[in-house]
Write a protein that binds this ligand. Structure first.
Ligand code: NAD
Ligand code: TYD
Length: 356
């Protein structure tokens, strides 16, 4: 048996692929374009493993995807591939439309053709699992209930709008063609192999480098954090037992303001790798201009996934963030390897040359 994973060299995809092989002998065909966010170093431990078939390519390349499907005959396709960074979507939305919208459409078209050619038993067992985000639901006010699966879509950034469009396309392929789809909408992830342009890894990397820790606006925006391995276990569970056509929200019941997150990271670093001058890393916090259209609060109601499929996160924020900081301290080579020239160009564009 084989599954096809897209975007498996990115943060969540690579964690998923590594977790998969720790519990299953089933082959993964891993299709990834290796954008700045895709990194084969994250999969170095799989070198020489014949069960991991890496293919460098684009989900939007219909003929390539058709060939891979015909050759490997997967029982499922899991779509992690996306442009995923909100700030980049503000500076350059086109790539987000190309990959998240048009790419997902081309992938769905190739999968539809393959699926329609399967025999009846294979057709009913097949799954297309689309990995999406809570950001499609927009922003919550303080005190409003967390997002359920029926919350109205109100995306506010080019990133979340492009993910919303992809969710709608996936839904339509189920309702129109009967494609057996599953969609997961997850809250903010953190953990090992996270590219240091997102909040938590950026803070760790900058703190250790003695650089400012840039907090947008007042730092009181709230995100609902989930350890990445818990997201991976939720996806495995949905793939295994999810009801076709259904949407499952995935979250860790862990809402926290950004500034608190940064203080937690600093406190852990103070404990595990104290600064030579004895000061706290928190003294490096620097408030910077807010993100345009910055969503104030996300919160996921994950009760459906718990009730129907028995999934619960294994980590608390305390255990997960400790594992994360420890991983970054032990894996400085990985960090150096991903922070190449294109990373430095991005930092200069976003925060100003020489500032961060
Ligand atoms: P990421 O940016 O770290 O990785 C994306 C991966 O997709 C990279 O390996 C990249 O090379 C690949 N990719 C990009 N465009 C491609 C294309 N056209 N064809 C093939 N591969 C392509 O993203 P991530 O944080 O790992 O997120 C994975 C998925 O999970 C995304 O769909 C994202 O929307 C969703 N998600 C992320 C979070 C989060 O907190 N990171 C939360 C919820 C949902
Ligand atoms: P991010 O990790 O980019 O995820 P998302 O925007 O998808 O939620 O950002 C998480 C939160 O942290 C978000 O409210 C923006 C904020 N943030 C900062 O305050 N400073 C930063 O340098 C970054 C990258 C994010």
């Amino acid at each position: 048996m084989t599954i096809l994973v897209t975007g498996g060299a990115g943060f969540i995809g690579a964690n998923f692929v590594l977790d998969w092989f720790s519990q299953s002998g089933e082959t993964i065909v891993n299709l990834d374009k290796l954008t700045y966010a895709g990194n084969l170093r994250s999969l170095a431990s799989l070198e020489g493993n014949p069960q991991h078939v890496f293919v460098h390519g684009d989900i939007g390349d219909g003929p390539l995807v058709q060939r891979l499907l015909a050759e490997h005959r997967p029982r499922a396709v899991l779509n992690f591939a996306a442009e995923s960074h909100v700030d980049r979507s503000i500076h350059g939305p086109q790539a987000f439309v190309e990959t998240n919208v048009v790419g997902t459409f081309q992938l769905l078209e190739a999968v539809r053709g393959y699926w329609q050619g399967l025999d009846e038993a294979e057709r009913s067992a097949f799954r297309f699992l689309h990995v999406s985000t809570d950001e499609v639901y927009g922003s919550l006010k303080a005190g409003e209930p967390a997002f359920t699966e029926t919350h109205q879509y109100q995306p506010n950034s080019p990133y979340s709008a492009s993910k919303a469009a992809s969710d709608h396309l996936v839904r339509s392929y189920h309702h129109t063609y009967g494609l057996p789809v599953l969609t997961t909408n997850c809250s903010n992830n953190y953990g090992p192999l996270h590219f240091p342009e997102k909040l938590i890894p950026l803070m760790i990397v900058n703190a250790l480098a003695g650089k400012p820790l840039p907090v947008y606006g007042d730092g009181q925006q709230i995100r609902d954090w989930l350890y990445v391995k818990d997201h991976c276990s939720a996806i495995r569970r949905v793939l295994e037992a999810g009801q076709v056509g259904e949407v499952y929200n995935v979250g860790g019941w862990n809402e926290m303001p950004n500034l608190d997150i940064v203080h937690r990271v600093c406190a852990l670093l103070d404990e595990l790798r104290p600064r030579a001058d004895g000061q706290s890393y928190a003294s490096q916090i620097s408030f910077v201009a807010d993100r345009p259209g910055h969503d104030r609060r996300y919160a996921i109601d994950a009760r459906k996934l718990e009730r129907e499929l028995g999934w619960k996160p294994a980590e608390t924020f305390e255990t997960g963030i400790r594992k994360t900081v420890t991983w970054y301290l032990a894996n400085q080579d990985w960090v150096k390897g991903v922070m190449d020239g294109s990373y430095r160009d991005w930092v200069a564009q976003q925060y100003g040359a020489g500032k961060v």
